[in-house]
Design a protein around this ligand. Structure first.
Ligand SMILES: [Fe+2]
Ligand SMILES: [Fe+2]
Length: 261
């Protein structure tokens, strides 16, 4: 694996969309299911800055390699949200700040407590950064898989091209998180135990902490049930390859709890 941070710093840029024909959605709109997925993806990409808030109160902020990556990761994810917003707007829907503002206002006590909980966890657990890196890797694998599945289901050439570009950037996020996770897990049995425990007890699919359960269920069924099952299994195989994390079956568990009809 391995990740060249200097190379990443030199490459970071907003995902290119200027050459995409968003007007094509007027003649050939996406079906309601694909749009429903995109609303979810838009909201979750736009929530990245809130995850960043929660991460920066932890020990991760002491490591400049991590904060450098997080700064640029947050920048790229912001532009992912903007790119998806352009698709929603092309369908006459609210997007961007107009859509994010009410969602942000509706976040409750759990959201307000999150920085405190993360700070506490990081203070008592020296291996907390390994959990965070592993969590990030799993969420990036899941996001990339979801974009691939949406492209396959929606079958719209402009959306497919946009999703391919997003997936390329998610691939770089995967490289960072998974290489950091592998390195930190490989050197510490305690980090492996803590990470296994946290994932087993606390991991939920990307966005499940902030999106309504009905939307999480819909997204998982639409993208990962039936012929999408192989994609979910691939996520579990990626987790299995991290030191000490074999056999967790997180994607399989999510499919069983959210994906059954
Ligand atoms: Fe993204
Ligand atoms: Fe990402």
């Amino acid at each position: 694996m391995g990740f060249d941070l200097a190379d990443y710093v030199g490459r970071v840029q907003p995902v290119t969309v200027d050459d995409l024909d968003f007007g094509s959605f007027r003649d050939r709109p996406l079906d309601p299911e694909a749009l429903r997925c995109l609303r979810y993806m838009h909201d979750v990409e736009n929530h990245t800055v809130c995850y960043l808030r929660d991460l920066l109160v932890t020990r991760a902020h002491r490591e400049p390699e991590i904060t450098t990556f997080l700064t640029l990761w947050n920048f790229e994810e912001f532009w992912h949200g903007e790119a998806i917003a352009s698709v929603l707007r092309a369908h006459g829907e609210l997007a961007g700040i107009d859509r994010v503002a009410p969602m942000r206002r509706s976040l409750g006590r759990k959201d307000r407590a999150e920085p405190l909980l993360m700070w506490l966890a990081s203070t008592v657990a020296p291996d907390f950064v390994a959990v965070h890196m592993t969590w990030g890797a799993i969420n990036e694998w899941s996001t990339q898989a979801a974009y691939a599945r949406l492209g396959a289901r929606a079958k719209h050439p402009v959306l497919s091209e946009l999703l391919r570009r997003l997936m390329r950037q998610e691939g770089r996020h995967i490289d960072f998180y998974s290489s950091e996770a592998a390195r930190r897990l490989a050197r510490s049995r305690a980090a492996q135990r803590l990470t296994r425990f946290a994932l087993k007890k606390l991991w939920t699919p990307v966005g499940a902490g902030v999106m309504p359960a009905s939307e999480v269920r819909f997204l998982i069924r639409y993208l990962f049930a039936d012929e999408g099952r192989a994609s979910a299994q691939r996520i579990d195989r990626c987790v299995d390859r991290l030191p000490g994390l074999e056999g967790l079956g997180l994607a399989d568990r999510a499919l069983r709890s959210y994906g059954s009809f």
